[in-house]
Design a protein around this ligand. Structure first.
Ligand SMILES: Nc1ncnc2c1ncn2[C@@H]1O[C@H](COP(=O)(O)OP(=O)(O)O)[C@@H](O)[C@H]1O
Ligand SMILES: [Mg+2]
Length: 270
């Protein structure tokens, strides 16, 4: 290990903004994910998993955060497995069990908040924020398992996205075109942040961002196929902004995992 790698640096916190990339004008894109959820969508190869990896990296480097990773393809988030508290591959039964556990934990936290007459958890609470990250949502909501299991998956996920925020449960999900059969509009609308990567038509862009944005000039189908990692970011109540996500190489991820493990085991990083 080179000397440079041994410089001790403090970990991050999920209560601090998460770096996603840069806007067209060169300003950094840093989003507050605490008490929020984010949906990333767009065609295959557009850059969704790369975007997810940035968010997971921040989560991994935040010792007060528990990572729950769902990866239908197994290899997109697989590099983070050693720092995740839970990793679900292409297994709908394991996915349902995990969502039920998370729902029970969310309910437990609400009971506790109620008991101490508080509305939401915050930075001072000695309780981990949980980040649920799902890559290729459609595999769980529309492809694997029976119709019943898929419906249960969507129902549980909707509850977590709708109610999880104040209890310190952040949902980060990526999917190809979120058509109604894959992700119902009622679920999509619950995501405070939406990141629309390249898609093929203006109507699929609107499906991601919400009705009407394409006709006002915010159309993710105008992103060229070679512009990988470019997307329109819509934050609650705002106007979509064109940005490009940061990119972590596998080698960088390996060293981040290594570093995160040391942070999390509370050993001195020296
Ligand atoms: N921000 C980025 N900067 C540079 N290359 C990127 C970026 N985002 C994506 N890419 C390239 O595009 C490829 C596909 O990205 P990926 O995230 O796997 O797409 P998706 O998950 O949407 O199918 C990556 O392997 C990478 O080569
Ligand atoms: Mg992907």
């Amino acid at each position: 290990m080179s000397k440079k790698d041994t410089i001790p640096v403090a970990g991050l916190s999920i209560y601090d903004p998460v770096h996603l990339g840069i806007y067209e004008d060169g300003h950094g894109v840093d989003i507050e994910l605490i008490w929020r959820n984010i949906l990333l969508a767009g065609e295959p190869g557009a850059g969704k998993s790369v975007g997810l990896n940035n968010i997971v990296a921040h989560g991994a480097l935040s010792p007060n955060l528990s990572l729950w990773l769902f990866d239908g393809k197994q290899v997109e988030l697989g590099l983070w497995r050693d720092v995740a508290d839970l990793f679900v591959g292409p297994d709908i039964e394991a996915a349902l069990l995990a969502l039920e556990r998370l729902q029970a934990e969310m309910d437990r936290r609400y009971r506790e908040l109620d008991r101490v007459r508080r509305r939401k958890i915050d930075r001072r609470d000695p309780i981990d924020v949980i980040m649920l990250v799902i890559d290729e949502l459609a595999l769980f909501s529309a492809t694997m398992g029976s119709k019943d299991q898929q419906d249960t998956f969507v129902r549980l996920l909707r509850d977590l996205v709708a109610r999880g925020r104040a209890a310190g449960v952040i949902v980060v999900a990526a999917t190809q075109r979120p058509s109604a059969d894959i992700i119902p509009t009622s679920l999509r609308d619950l995501f405070g942040y939406r990141l629309a990567y390249r898609c093929t038509t203006d109507s699929s862009s609107d499906i991601i961002l919400g009705r009407g944005w394409a006709s006002q000039g915010y159309d993710a189908s105008t992103i060229a196929p070679e512009e990988r990692g470019v997307a329109l970011l819509l934050a609650e109540g705002g106007t979509p902004r064109r940005m490009k996500t940061a990119y972590l190489t596998d080698a960088q991820i390996y060293s981040l995992v290594d570093y995160a493990q040391r942070l999390r085991s509370k050993k001195t990083v020296a």
